[in-house]
Write a protein of this length. Structure first.
Length: 350
């Protein structure tokens, strides 16, 4: 792993440091504070442009927005363009593979907001808003739609959006040449998840033939066969450890290892572990759990070479680093940590 940066989103007032910039290294302690940035309230989710040297951050407040930042060579950030209104409680942002459009998921508003970008990657005013409708069986958490994340298909032709409130994965055709409506319902407009599961985040398999979804409310992982914008349920597995009897597993984040052989998902609530699965051609096989040295693993990421896993522990105010065995997928706590208050999103710059 070459020297690079990690950007960490947090919950913080606009007057306080909200985005933390860390230096990454392939040598212990692996991670070290470098800079901070204030001026944005609750930058709870970040996205680094794969095309432009720009960081996007949502401001998760009632009338939230998205802000772009130029990334300097030393990792410092400078605002790029004006904030663009996004919706009620934006909690996730992603971009198509060519960075032509940004898609913001609004948890509070149960909607998606689509922004075109200019040639420099700066978001322009929104051109399309998609509002979900319906409820789910969990009366406390599924009383209304709650868009939680979106992901583009590997070929960039479809967008899939997870709605925690209705137990649905919505599927859209993506046509970037359409100036006002780049997203339209696919032939299969949605797939359902386990009732009361609450889909949160998603990841594709390395070959693009499977979609993995972590269900926040039940602590499960649901597997779908994916083909040309269609989803077929294949498997639903508990991510909780054997013998778990609690009622708040709170599934959070999900990521595939760079070699495509293992899938990892974090559990908050009363679990505070990372579940490990081996990826097969027909789904997943449980491969163990890793206990964590703190609470609320809301978000994590792996190094580009897959040798390290960085886990943000929101309630413990730290990021902990684990080494990863590429053959078994197992994790080992390196003992290295860095303090970051309310660390809720980790985005390395590749």
């Amino acid at each position: 792993m070459k020297n690079t940066f990690m950007f960490v989103g947090t919950y913080a007032d606009a007057s306080a440091p909200g985005i933390h910039i860390l230096n990454l290294s392939n040598q212990p302690p692996y991670i070290a504070p470098a800079h901070t940035l204030s001026g944005i309230a609750n930058p709870s989710f970040l996205h680094v442009s794969p095309v432009h040297r720009i960081l996007y951050a949502v401001s998760e407040v009632e009338n939230g927005a998205i802000q772009a930042y130029h990334i300097a060579d030393n990792g410092t950030l400078a605002p790029a363009g004006a904030p663009q209104p996004a919706g009620n409680g934006p909690c996730h942002v992603t971009a198509d593979p060519q960075n032509r459009h940004l898609v913001v998921s609004n948890y509070g508003g149960g909607s998606l907001t689509i922004f075109p970008t200019d040639p420099a990657g700066i978001p322009r005013p929104a051109i399309q808003r998609l509002h979900f409708s319906g409820t789910g069986p969990n009366k406390d958490r599924q009383e209304a739609p709650h868009a939680h994340s979106a992901i583009f298909s590997p070929d960039g032709q479809y967008l899939l959006a997870a709605d925690l409130g209705t137990d649905r994965i919505y599927i859209y055709n993506y046509q970037p040449s359409h100036a006002q409506r780049p997203l339209s319902p696919a032939k299969q407009p949605f797939a359902t998840t386990a009732p009361g599961g609450g889909p949160r985040h998603m990841a594709f398999s390395a070959d693009g033939k499977q979609l993995f979804v972590v269900l926040e409310l039940t602590g499960q992982v649901q597997v779908y066969k994916y083909e040309n914008g269609s989803l077929t349920p294949r498997q639903t597995l508990p991510a909780t450890p054997p013998g778990y009897k609690g009622d708040n597993p709170s599934g959070a984040d999900i990521h595939l290892s760079p070699d495509g052989k293992f899938l990892y998902t974090s559990l908050r609530g009363d679990v505070h572990q990372i579940a490990i699965f081996r990826v097969t051609n027909n789904g997943l096989e449980p491969a163990g759990h890793q206990a964590l040295p703190g609470k609320e693993p809301r978000n994590f990421c792996l190094s580009a070479d897959g040798s390290l896993l960085f886990c943000g522990l929101q309630k413990s105010g730290q990021i902990s680093i684990f080494s990863r065995n590429a053959e078994t997928g197992q994790l080992t706590n390196t003992g290295n940590t860095v303090a970051v208050p309310n660390a809720v999103c980790l985005q390395p710059m590749r």
